[in-house]
Write a protein that binds this ligand. Structure first.
Ligand SMILES: Cc1cc2nc3c(=O)[nH]c(=O)nc-3n(C[C@H](O)[C@H](O)[C@H](O)COP(=O)(O)OP(=O)(O)OC[C@H]3O[C@@H](n4cnc5c(N)ncnc54)[C@H](O)[C@@H]3O)c2cc1C
Length: 296
């Protein structure tokens, strides 16, 4: 597949939306409604997250297949290898290949809740890097994405070392990267510049998390190692129990962040939708001229 054929590396900014597989029937309706709401913005791809590695990911796999078949969108399957055997991972990769999925976001993942760290030893791959190399060797037709951490992955806690691991993961065969969410754009641009100095030249798409529920994002930030800057926290003082005002603030800050990213040369925007349809379309509506001028 050529790079242009899957919508990545186009001259116009990239646009993508990330979803997670709903766990409850009500969540399914929300998932499909949100997807429908976002399709008119012509994403280059939508991606579906997955849980811990291997055949237990059947739920994600089925959803990826359905999204791909029903919408015709370029659908990217996240695939984690933590704790999974080669046969399990090979089965998933064969499944995606047979469904016509062309792109995998290859991840290590985290131990499932309640499992200790020795789950890493049970799996075929300890880190994403050898998993990427494996897919590259045995499934050369897939386009591969990997995760990137502008504020350092919480396990390593050493920016320089984490960037070297990232470089090795890209060298193993990644075509693009998507970052963890962040709120200070300087952090993203410093990370990209440092990666370029280290010889990493694949596109690094910034991950955008609109803050429409402050407490939820604070919890997620602590888990992911993304810093919530003081100025952002201050904007939510006094409105943390008011969903409408948080939505308005999240949209305003989201527009400002995305506009600045695009103006300073980010290759596109990858939105963590959390399956919610309220913030992202409002943000995009204000950015149409920049990101989808044909729709403006
Ligand atoms: C855009 C995006 C999407 C995501 N989607 C999902 C998802 O769908 N499902 C899910 O469960 N999780 C997802 N995650 C979270 C991710 O699985 C976790 O952050 C996980 O802890 C690391 O996965 P990784 O692929 O980045 O791992 P790796 O790249 O393997 O890195 C993990 C840690 O190991 C370190 N490391 C790497 N190589 C070495 C080495 N040789 N020696 C020592 N240390 C090393 C790294 O510095 C890092 O600290 C996503 C993250 C992002 C940014």
């Amino acid at each position: 597949m050529t790079q242009a054929a899957d919508g990545l590396n186009n001259p116009r900014p990239g646009l993508s939306f990330e979803f997670f597989p709903p766990r409850q029937p009500e969540g399914e309706k929300l998932f499909w409604n949100t997807l429908e709401t976002l399709i008119p913005y012509r994403p280059d791809f939508v991606s579906i997250t997955c849980g811990a590695g291997g055949s237990r990911q059947a739920g994600s796999g089925e959803l990826v297949r359905q999204v791909h078949e029903r919408t015709g969108l370029h659908t990217v399957a996240h695939l984690t290898c933590v704790g999974a055997s080669r046969p399990d991972l090979t089965e998933m990769l064969n499944f995606y290949q047979d469904c016509g999925i062309s792109t995998i976001l290859a991840l290590r993942g985290d131990p499932p809740r309640g499992e200790s760290a020795d789950v890493f030893e049970r799996g075929a791959f300890r880190y994403a890097e050898p998993f990427v190399a494996y897919i590259r060797e045995y499934f050369p037709g897939f386009r591969l994405g990997v995760a990137a951490y502008p504020e350092c992955h919480p396990e390593t806690r050493d920016q320089e070392r984490d960037e070297l691991h990232f470089r090795r993961k890209v060298e193993a065969g990644a075509d693009f990267a998507v970052t963890q969410f962040f709120f200070e754009n300087d952090v993203y641009f410093r990370f990209v510049a440092s990666c370029r100095e280290k010889g990493v030249h694949v596109p690094i798409y910034p991950g955008i998390m609109p803050v429409t529920d402050y407490k939820q994002i604070k919890r997620l930030s602590e888990l992911c190692g993304s810093e919530l800057p003081g100025w952002l926290t201050a904007r939510y003082e006094g409105i943390r129990d008011d969903p409408e005002r948080m939505l308005a603030t999240g949209v305003e800050l989201g527009v400002a962040q995305c506009r600045d990213l695009l103006r300073r040369g980010a290759p596109g925007l990858h939105f963590f939708t959390l399956n919610q349809s309220r913030a992202v379309p409002r943000i995009l509506q204000q950015l149409l001229g920049e990101i989808r001028p044909d729709l403006a």
